[in-house]
Write a protein that binds this ligand. Structure first.
Ligand code: NAD
Length: 431
């Protein structure tokens, strides 16, 4: 099939590359000419494991092209994905300006029947608005389909190639058949393609992210209670996770959720409900718990050191989660800002997010090339993102490099007993 993907970001580039990998001809479109030039030159604008190889191979084999020319890409395609950002607007709602601008541009470019797919995460009613925007520009026939994306950054290729399910909201047979055909190769292992109305498809994405965010905030509160009553959240997690009705995933407490999706999607669902006169009380609490959890480690540092003025904290991990360079809404941002406000210095290391951090913090923090460099002369180490390389470090070396052997483990990756036996003063979450 001939496919255009408009928006070549964390989602669009993965979608485009994976569709090309299965033999389709794909044009990835972006208005950011620097990004398109980079991709044409064989360089990656983002870090996502495995993506570079698929992009390079399909680009070389001429199934994957990069362009800023939206009209040409649309005219040449049977299916056009809209995968641009839907950031948080000032009132918490999803800002649809990019989606609607692209819809108008697509409308102006249509020359034949085309299926337009909302891949961006968008509130209920957006498929209808996209349809109206396109119809305002053209008399050509077209269909609008809602197809929310459930991939996770850090495992995006695997998630897209082998999805748990594909959700398609469509109100006509022609577009539904084309979408089923396109997703056929991705669902051979039996993953269901779930056909539904567009409103249900649109809401499914917000419901999925919101329940995951709820689990995280719930476990963070359980961890906080564990600390007060002397229980161990690891034991509690194992005990509840083995109940099949609950399951083991997303039960890890930590420094709160971040990223480009959970925070904005939770806010957008609260806002959509409020617009209809409904207060989504659980989600309001989920958000407020998350805001305090992001500063949990700094509170622990204050309890231990007292005044943090003049202290230096080494941070391991800045990205909002491992295996990505993305720092959007990362807990590390709240932690760094708070530490700087309190007069502490920060020496930080992240395997992939250093460039992003440099753009965010400039020279307000020291960004180190190697993990152990961050420890040089620091008063304590704080683990903020659970990259694999932090899991089995050289503890002797850590102890030698730190001024005092104090570790704040925001991801519970070390064992409290082991750390104490090694002579560390060790703090973690809920243990
Ligand atoms: P992103 O910011 O990484 O990428 C968006 C891209 O769209 C950018 O490259 C931008 O230049 C481009 N763009 C914006 N306006 C444009 C226009 N008018 N014409 C052409 N290109 C334009 O965003 P993302 O993380 O890929 O997210 C995209 C959407 O997918 C969002 O709605 C998000 O909520 C959703 N989503 C994201 C993830 C994720 O893990 N990042 C997962 C599932 C769904």
């Amino acid at each position: 099939m001939k496919i255009a993907v408009v928006g070549t970001g964390y989602v669009g580039l993965v979608v485009g590359a994976c569709l090309a990998e299965n033999g389709n001809n794909v044009a990835c479109v972006d208005r950011d000419a620097a990004k398109i030039d980079m991709l044409r030159a064989g360089r990656m604008p983002i870090y996502e494991p495995g993506l570079e190889e698929i992009v390079r191979r399909n680009h070389e084999e001429e199934r994957l092209a990069f362009t800023t020319d939206l009209p040409a890409a649309v005219q040449d395609s049977d299916i056009v994905f809209i995968a641009v950002g839907t950031p948080q607007g000032e009132d918490g709602s999803a800002d649809l300006q990019h989606v609607l601008a692209v819809a108008h541009e697509i409308g102006r470019s249509l020359t034949k029947y085309t299926v337009i797919v909302d891949k961006s995460t968008v509130p209920v009613g957006t498929a209808a608005r996209v349809k109206a925007a396109i119809a305002a520009e053209t008399t050509q026939p077209f269909s609008v389909v809602s197809n929310p994306e459930f991939l996770k950054q850090g495992a995006a290729i695997e998630d897209f190639m082998k999805p748990d399910r594909v959700v398609i909201g469509s109100d006509d047979e022609r577009s539904a058949a084309l979408m089923k055909e396109m997703y056929g190769p991705f669902t051979r292992t039996g993953a269901p393609i779930m056909m539904m109305d567009t409103a249900s498809a649109e809401l499914s994405k917000y419901a999925a992210n919101s329940i995951l965010a709820t689990r995280i905030s719930f476990m963070n509160e359980i961890a906080n209670v564990c600390e007060l009553v002397g229980a161990d959240v690891d034991q509690v997690r194992r005990a509840i996770g083995s109940d099949r009705r609950i399951g083991n995933s997303f039960l890890f407490p930590g420094v709160g959720y971040g990223g480009s999706c959970f925070p904005k999607d939770v806010k957008a669902l609260v806002r959509s409900a409020r617009d209809k006169g409904y207060e989504f009380r659980i989600l309001e609490a989920v958000e407020s718990v998350n805001d305090s959890q992001k500063l949990k480690l700094v509170c622990k540092m204050q309890e231990h050191f007292g005044d943090l003025k003049g202290r230096t904290i080494a941070l391991w991990g800045l990205a909002f989660k491992p295996r990505t360079d993305d720092m959007r809404e990362a807990p590390a941002i709240s932690i760094v800002n708070r530490l700087l406000e309190l007069g502490a210095g920060v020496r930080a290391y992240d395997p992939e997010a250093a460039d992003t951090a440099r753009r965010l913090f400039g020279d307000r923090i020291a960004l180190c090339e190697k993990s152990y460099d961050a420890l040089n002369g620091a008063d304590a180490l704080a683990v903020v993102t659970e990259w694999n390389e932090f899991r089995e470090p050289d503890f002797k070396r850590i102890k030698q490099l730190l001024k005092t052997p104090v570790v704040f483990d925001g991801r519970n990756i070390y064992s409290p007993g082991h750390m104490r036996a090694l002579g560390f003063t060790y703090f973690s979450i809920g243990r």
